[in-house]
Design a protein around this ligand. Structure first.
Ligand code: PGA
Length: 240
């Protein structure tokens, strides 16, 4: 992992066909021009699209991995960390709020996913974040601490795990957390963990610069804006 540059991670979620992925690749290649290797830029496409995007000079990640086995087994529908490593991805997002909510993924189950990822040498981007109710009732520090305590296995070290603070109420809403809110949470997290911390939640090419300048923000996890080659490239350029 690079130490001196911000990490920009695009999470495509369940978006893009082969045609749309190829057109993103062509547009993005023409935008980045002669830039050689952008090893601190990561795209996490639907894993079926990896083969159509892997020619980009970036790093890649998956959006999830199996918690049931690190390797192989009778687990219909699951894709293991070993399989992800096998196709060549380096990162995996674990604990995204959409998965916590839609699949009821518990802290204990997420811990198994993180262990499985580490066992196979993947770098984990572990998402934490409070919902609106928890933000409003002031319990968010406890919520975030609990999410970390419940799910971080002993295998965590400074190189294999990145934390992503993504307030649930800021995801996909167009309303990012304010810079003060981000600063407050990131300094709280940085006082507990030495791992790198990304911010995610309605980041776009307009607010990215100010967010990246906040203390203890090491980089960004970007959903919607990462789907557009032009916007995503603008954020890369902002970062320098
Ligand atoms: P958003 O998503 O940038 O579309 O808000 C962020 C995320 O869910 O990772």
């Amino acid at each position: 992992m690079e130490n001196n540059k911000s990490l920009i991670v695009g999470n495509w979620k369940m978006n893009k066909t082969i045609a749309a992925t190829k057109s993103f690749v062509n547009e993005f290649l023409s935008l980045i021009g002669s830039k050689k290797k952008l090893s601190d830029i990561v795209i996490c496409p639907p894993i079926t699209m990896y083969q159509f995007i892997k020619e980009l000079p970036l790093k890649f990640g998956a959006q999830d991995c199996s918690g049931l086995s690190a390797n192989e087994g009778a687990f219909t529908g699951d894709i293991s960390a070993m399989m992800l490593k096998d196709i060549g991805v380096d990162y995996v997002i674990i604990g995204h709020s959409e998965r916590r909510k839609n699949y009821g993924e518990s802290g204990a189950f997420l811990k198994r996913k993180i262990s499985n990822a580490h066992e196979n040498g993947l770098i984990v981007i572990f998402c934490i974040g409070e919902n609106l109710e928890q933000r409003n009732d002031g319990s968010y520090f406890d919520v975030l601490s609990k999410q970390l305590e419940e799910s971080l296995p002993e295998s965590v070290n400074l190189n294999n795990t990145i934390i992503a603070y993504e307030p649930v109420w800021a995801i996909g809403t167009g309303n990012s957390a304010t810079n003060n809110q981000i600063e407050e949470i990131h300094s709280f997290l940085a006082s507990k963990f030495k791992n790198k911390i990304l911010y995610g939640g309605s980041v776009n090419s307009k607010n990215a610069k100010a967010i990246l300048a906040i203390k203890n923000v090491f980089g960004l996890l970007i959903g919607g804006t990462s789907l557009e080659a032009k916007e995503f490239n603008e954020i890369i350029n902002i970062r320098g």
